[in-house]
Design a protein around this ligand. Structure first.
Ligand code: ATP
Ligand code: MG
Length: 387
């Protein structure tokens, strides 16, 4: 399974710039990187100079970088049609023309975004997924979602008892069970995403901030809140530092900024810090992003085979998928044998991970029954038949 690097912070501090730069640095090092943006303003596209859409798009100029923009219009009813279907009869049926997306379940938009993220995470094509998140508040809302779904389901069921009591008496209570089942499935999926987000072997959260007093207080608050939800916050980028010029105004600013950063480090001594200076111009285009990546992480070099490689974000990154001779290796931390399946379709071998299928990257057609699968130490080895 891919590693997930999340970048969060207040509006305008440089989340898109630093997450995109990190993705560029990792792709240059040879990792297969998917950059995911949830920003409806398309600033990731602007920053890279490439038009991204809801399907992963290769970024020109790279062998290993893809980008995707989560679709802000994606509605719950597209993703969970069954949930909508099963709730509708509860609300008075067709004549009321209401669906689940219009029922106010707080955090649902975030749930959609993170569900899509999970789909990409489970795709063994990617080594690393870099996620340019929405403001921290949204992430927090998502983390609280499983409990919200529970109380929401209770509320709907109670409402049904009052309004639908007679109907239920006449038609039985099948609808109720069906809805409860769908909600429960949805809640389990959200719980699964939350487990992944809170697994420090998979996820790292980097807070982006500016060296101002308000930035520091906001970062401390975000750290608290995210840690309360057990999200592994391991790094902080301090962006827009005033560069060192010999002018009293500049020097005063630098002194203030240094004092603010010292306060931040004293309060959160155990995370990695990266400093990025304020540049003369906005940061657009691949070359500027490369320079920012180097400023943050130094030159990233790739480990070979299983060799882990560590970026300053405090995460060891293994290859997600690699091919050696007739063997294809898939790194799937935390996966259980029963969550895996294998089948083929016209010579293409498909591996199912948590019931989602992914194409195995191999350059010869094969039948699944001829492929030998072995799961050992979180690595699934698929040995293809010799031609
Ligand atoms: N170190 C820097 N020097 C100069 N310009 C910068 C720097 N960091 C970011 N910028 C510029 O500041 C603007 C905001 O940065 P960015 O889009 O990365 O912020 P953001 O946190 O993603 O914002 P939003 O919350 O709107 O998504 C951009 O135009 C970007 O090019
Ligand atoms: Mg942004």
């Amino acid at each position: 399974m891919a590693r997930l690097l999340l970048f969060g912070g207040k509006g305008g501090v440089g989340k898109t710039t630093t997450s995109t730069s990190t993705a560029v640095g990792l792709a240059d090092a040879g990792y297969k990187v998917l950059l995911v943006s949830s920003d409806p303003a398309h600033s990731t596209s602007d920053s890279l100079g490439v038009q991204l859409g809801p399907k992963p798009t290769a970024v020109a100029g790279f062998e290993n970088l893809w980008g995707v923009e989560l679709d802000p219009e994606a509605r719950i009813s597209d993703h969970i049609p069954k949930l909508t279907e099963s709730i509708t009869p509860f609300l008075g049926g067709e004549e009321m023309d209401i669906n689940a997306s219009e029922m106010v379940l707080p955090g649902l938009d975030e749930a959609m975004a993170f569900d899509e993220l999970l789909k990409h995470l489970e795709n063994p094509t990617w080594d690393v997924i870099v996620f340019d998140t929405a403001p921290t508040g949204h992430t927090l809302r998502f983390l609280a979602l499983p409990e919200i779904i529970e109380s929401w389901a209770d509320k709907i069921i109670r409402m049904h008892r009052i309004t639908g009591g007679i109907r239920a008496m006449m038609f039985g209570s099948k609808d109720g069970e069906k809805m409860r089942e769908e909600l429960e499935k949805f809640r389990r999926r959200v719980l699964h995403v939350r487990r992944i987000l809170c697994d420090p072997e998979i996820t790292r959260f980097t807070l982006v901030t500016i060296p101002e007093k308000m930035g520091v207080s906001e970062t401390l608050r975000a750290y608290e809140a995210l840690s309360d939800h057990k999200l592994p916050v391991t790094g902080c980028v301090v962006n827009r530092l005033t560069p060192d010029y010999d002018h009293p105004f500049i020097q005063t600013r630098r002194k203030t900024e240094r004092k603010n950063i010292d306060e931040l480090v004293a309060a959160l001594p155990d995370i990695f810090y990266h400093e990025v200076e304020l540049k003369e111009t906005d940061i657009h285009g691949i070359e500027s992003l490369r320079r920012i990546s180097e400023e943050m992480h130094g030159k990233i070099s790739k480990g070979e085979g299983l060799g882990p490689f560590q970026i300053g974000l405090g995460l060891e990154i293994n290859r997600g998928t690699w091919v050696e001779g007739d063997d294809v290796y898939l790194h799937l931390p935390g996966i259980a044998r029963e969550d895996l399946s294998l089948r083929s379709e016209s010579g293409v071998v498909l591996v199912g991970i948590n019931s989602r299928e992914h194409q195995v990257p191999f350059n010869r057609p094969a039948k699944a029954s001829d492929v030998v699968a072995k799961l050992e130490n979180d690595v699934l080895r698929l040995t293809f038949p010799v031609d």
